[in-house]
Design a protein around this ligand. Structure first.
Ligand SMILES: Cc1cc2nc3c(=O)[nH]c(=O)nc-3n(C[C@H](O)[C@H](O)[C@H](O)COP(=O)(O)OP(=O)(O)OC[C@H]3O[C@@H](n4cnc5c(N)ncnc54)[C@H](O)[C@@H]3O)c2cc1C
Length: 417
């Protein structure tokens, strides 16, 4: 079959990879001139099954209230904004803040993330990809006793679903990543996931895209997709600013733009953009920078070593589709980085970036068929788009190819909303 993949982010590109491998003719369509130029451009760089705990949990509404009005808070909510999509998303988010739903959503995310980690390893065995990747695990460190206790309980839940997580003392944290020594006295403990990974998601996407091109996948870049072509209840293709493109099936991988794109067809996708920021610090003294990927729980920041650069990402803002870089919030990330690793890089050479996480209220992506014949979804990957991309791409390729996917699909499709 000839399948159109809409969107060339990490999700669209991995989808194209698995569709091509399944024997389909594949066309990827994107408005940018290359793959991975929007949210997949400068993310936190973690392959983090360990972060499968959803944003919506019993503690989140209280934390969010506490953060209101704080310009540097991990979550900034533009609650004065008139935006029905945001309010409707927030109501669904709140309904997921129960203990029971937190556990259900953790299991669903982990199901995809663990599968995805294996898929990524298998891709690496078949293709040579160079994306500054490291297989040194992820260490999540804590400065608050209360948060650490909650995390240890959450780690038990994740262990039950197959994720290996090890609880560490502050001195074990420093043994795992020696450059945390300067803040050892602030730490109450850490949780280490040895099988998680890190790397540059943008380079990964571009290199996988280049491989797909060699396998005859067509990339229609610089094409702004305007609408679907639907005849007799079946999708036949898309209209773009460069003309119509036809196919036997269409997969939506448009990240945060999936929801507004599908609204005219009566498909209500509860995906809202959660803006996040990253900084990329060029390293002048690489020995003083971490090599193990890290998560600072207090400030919700993630650190990934990308060759001679340190990527640090975090914070979330709910307030529309702008990708403007807020100086206060992004400079806060730099400040916190230099507090932990004071003498490793050149602050004058920092690249600042902002991207829109395509966030569902339950933190689980939407994968599967739609009520429109031959129209499929692989979108809404939120904070873990790279982590879940390979697994969800393999799943949607299997669904389209009418093969039995390797993981259980319950609770992953649009039907759950
Ligand atoms: C600060 C930050 C840190 C993050 N850290 C991590 C991390 O450490 N690990 C992790 O796993 N995930 C992380 N994420 C999340 C991850 O980056 C995203 O989930 C992922 O990039 C989403 O990929 P995507 O392909 O769905 O979307 P995108 O990469 O945004 O791709 C969508 C594509 O659709 C195209 N498009 C949209 N509309 C149109 C249109 N009308 N016509 C043509 N083309 C269109 C866009 O050009 C774009 O290329 C982070 C995100 C942010 C913002």
């Amino acid at each position: 079959m000839r399948i159109l993949v809409l969107g060339a982010g990490v999700v669209g590109t991995t989808t194209a990879f698995y569709l091509q491998r399944a024997g389909h003719e594949v066309v990827v369509i994107d408005r940018q001139n290359e793959p991975g130029m929007e949210t997949s451009f400068a993310n936190g760089g973690q392959i983090a099954a360990a972060h499968a705990d959803p944003w919506a949990s019993p503690a989140t509404p209280w934390k969010a209230l506490k953060w209101i009005g704080q310009k540097e808070a991990p979550l900034l909510f533009h609650y004065m904004r008139y935006d029905p999509a945001l309010w409707s998303w927030c109501l669904k988010f709140l309904s997921n803040c129960t203990q029971k739903k937190t556990e259900v959503n953790t299991e669903r995310t982990l199901r995809i993330a663990l599968h995805s980690r294996e898929c990524l390893k298998n891709i690496r065995k078949k293709i040579s990809l160079d994306y500054d990747h490291r297989e040194e695990g992820i260490l999540h460190f804590y400065r608050s006793e209360k948060e650490f206790e909650l995390a240890v309980k959450a780690a038990e839940t994740m262990r039950k679903y197959g994720l290996d997580r090890k609880v560490l003392s502050p001195s074990d944290c420093v043994k795992t990543e020696k450059n945390l020594a300067g803040i050892e006295s602030d730490l109450v403990g850490g949780i280490y996931s040895a099988n998680d990974e890190s790397g540059d998601a943008h380079r990964f996407t571009q290199q996988l895209g280049a491989y797909c091109r060699q396998q005859a996948v067509e990339f229609a870049t610089n094409h702004d997709i305007q609408s679907l072509i639907i005849e007799d209840g079946k999708v036949k293709g898309v209209k773009t600013d460069k003309g119509d493109i036809y196919g036997d099936g269409v997969v939506i991988c448009l990240g945060s733009f999936s929801a507004p794109f599908l609204k005219p067809y009566g498909l209500k996708l509860p995906i809202y953009p959660a803006k996040g920021y990253s900084i990329t610090l060029p390293l002048t003294k690489p020995d003083n920078a971490p090599t193990v990927s890290l998560t600072d729980d207090e400030f919700k920041l993630v650190f990934s070593r990308l060759g001679d650069r340190l990527r640090v990402a975090g914070t979330a803002e709910l307030g529309g589709y702008s990708t403007d870089v807020n100086q206060i919030r992004s400079r806060f990330i730099l400040k916190k980085t230099l507090e932990i690793f004071p003498d490793c890089g050149d602050p004058m050479g920092v690249d600042y970036w902002a991207g829109l996480r395509p966030k569902t209220p339950d933190s689980v992506p939407i994968i599967g068929k739609t009520p429109i014949d031959s129209l499929y979804l692989n979108t809404g990957h939120g904070t873990l788009g790279w982590t879940m991309s390979c697994g969800s791409a393999q799943v949607i390729a299997d669904i389209i190819s009418k093969k039995t996917p390797e993981i259980d699909l319950s609770g992953l499709s649009l039907d759950r909303f």
